[in-house]
Write a protein that binds this ligand. Structure first.
Ligand SMILES: Nc1nc2c(ncn2[C@@H]2O[C@H](COP(=O)(O)OP(=O)(O)OP(=O)(O)O)[C@@H](O)[C@H]2O)c(=O)[nH]1
Length: 493
């Protein structure tokens, strides 16, 4: 019943949308000079657009690229010679009649195409994301697929691409559609129980089986949510903070990874004062690396004090910590005290002003930098089995090993995007899933505790839970969230 109401509503919205829209055009390839620019047109006027632009009454075979001379619709002058593709609806990206003009990617060519298309009656420049919005309204994709597509366009690393590609291809939709269908079955059974309880066919066992189903849905949604935010981290980048005492080589490490001078490096302790963020692709994972002020317990310098406070604040928000140790200091300590590496680590962490052992409490990796200063004997003495790596930012020695260790940690933090268990990639999904659980738990509690519960009220909890899932996929009237989502797209998508 609920499913019918929702899909009827969606149908009406889609019909209204399709009847009220003009034909749109936009540059689907990147902006700026390029070899080939793809100008896409979508809407009812496409047949006429095609005929006007190619000055030909016959349309090419659908989905086959043909070479055509392309004319200005106003001046009838030839703009360029290029490939033309005709996609009659509904077998197109938007579900509408569509045309693609592949012209040379010069600024003047694209500008003439825009001028020409914009001068045809009923044709206008697309708004950001409007092509995709039309695909959504045509039922070609749901909201998770739309957002997956946006992420695919934005993806900067291999792991991000994989996650976005799976989502754009409906792997996350499958999870939520299945969940939604399970909930709809529960509602249908309860409604049948309400309407036909007197009949022999629908007895108390139906009512009990719905309770069992709801309990198992709660378990499944909780398991889905219990993912340590891997997908969101992968989508937005792993916030990695580099900490250590002044002068241990934090900035040198950032510069080595960046292959450029992101941070200032000097032999003056306390050179870095503020947080300096840089973006990296390490082993296919996106990393936001934060260089911080050198930490020490006490300082009378106000600016350094502020830098240390900022570094510590940042640390609490970080996904991953790289603690840098100065090999020279380590060697001196071990030589003079005859103590072990672990003792030095405790001593070091305390000298940075930490009460607890941050290495235990956070996802943390230790890098012993300046190993070029170490004697062979001390290199061997340091325990290599821990989550630590040896490095020289000066010579580059050990960099490969450091990168491998970081990648191992990133894999753990972001997971490996796969078909079997697609990640929750947006905070938005998490929010609606949590709300869904709340309604299901209310349903369960209401039926478990109250004498003679009102089933209509109980069913409303289930309806609200279904609506939460619909908010994720767009299977409800979600106009308010659509604008926010489609605004993130570029014009030609
Ligand atoms: N021998 C040697 N010197 C290094 C190495 N890495 C960095 N240094 C030197 O150590 C000094 C401090 O380096 P920075 O990168 O500025 O250290 P930092 O930890 O960012 O320093 P602060 O900004 O003061 O916290 C500079 O003189 C670097 O050239 C290394 O691997 N070997």
């Amino acid at each position: 019943m609920l499913s019918r109401v929702n899909s009827k509503l969606l149908h009406t919205v889609r019909r209204w949308y399709s009847s009220s829209r003009p034909t749109i055009f936009g540059l689907s390839s990147g902006s700026g000079k390029c070899g080939v620019a793809v100008v896409r047109v979508s809407g009812d006027a496409c047949r006429d657009v095609m005929k006007i632009k190619t000055q030909s009454v016959t349309l090419p075979e659908p989905r086959k690229a043909v070479l055509r001379r392309i004319f200005h619709s106003k001046t009838t002058e030839m703009i360029d010679k290029g490939l033309v593709l005709w996609f009659p609806g509904p077998n197109s990206f938007t579900g509408e009649d569509s045309v693609e003009f592949h012209v040379h990617g010069g600024v003047a060519v694209v500008s003439a195409m825009y001028d020409s298309l914009g001068s045809i009656d009923g044709v206008r420049l697309a708004e950001p994301g409007e092509f995709t919005k039309r695909a959504f309204y045509a039922g070609k994709m749901d909201l998770t697929e739309v957002e997956g597509l946006a992420d695919l366009i934005e993806a900067e690393t291999e792991a991000q691409r994989k996650q976005a590609m799976l989502q754009a291809n409906g792997e996350l939709s499958k999870v939520y559609n299945e969940l939604r269908n399970r909930l709809l079955r529960c509602i249908a059974n309860i409604e049948a129980y309400i309407d036909f309880a007197e009949d022999q066919d629908v007895g108390d066992d139906v009512f009990e089986s719905v309770k069992t189903d709801v309990a198992s849905i709660i378990v499944d949604v909780k398991a889905h949510l219990n993912d340590q935010r891997r997908g969101e981290r992968l989508r937005s980048g792993v916030r990695t903070v580099i900490i250590g005492a002044p002068n241990v080589g934090k900035s040198s490490f950032v510069n080595l990874l960046s292959n450029r001078k992101v941070s200032i490096v000097t032999n003056v302790a306390g050179t870095t004062r503020d947080i300096i963020e840089s973006h990296h692709d390490i082993g296919g994972y996106p990393v936001i690396l934060a260089d911080t002020a050198g930490l020490r317990k006490e300082t009378s310098d106000i600016i350094e004090h502020e830098g240390i406070t900022r570094a510590k604040d940042y640390l609490t928000e970080a996904d991953f910590i790289v603690l840098i140790v100065d090999a020279g200091n380590l060697q001196s300590y071990l030589k003079s005290s005859k103590k072990q590496f672990d003792d030095y680590l405790d001593h070091y962490v305390t000298s940075l002003g930490f009460k607890e052992n941050i290495i235990r409490d956070f996802n943390c990796m230790i890098i012993i930098n300046k190993v070029d200063l170490l004697s062979e004997e001390f290199r061997n003495a340091i325990d290599r089995t821990k989550n630590l790596s040896m490095l020289s930012c000066q010579t580059g020695e050990g960099l490969q090993n450091v990168l491998e260790k970081i990648t191992e940690n990133l894999k753990h933090l972001c997971g490996n995007p796969c078909r079997e268990s697609p990640n929750i990639s947006q905070q938005r999904y998490r929010h609606h899933l949590k709300a869904c659980i709340q309604y299901l738990e209310k349903y369960y509690a209401y039926l478990s505790h109250g004498p003679n519960p009102d089933l209509a009220i109980a069913t409303q909890y289930l309806r609200n839970a279904v609506r939460c899932i619909g908010m994720i996929t767009g299977n409800v009237d979600t106009e308010e969230i659509l604008d926010v989502i489609f605004r993130t797209f570029c014009i030609g998508k």
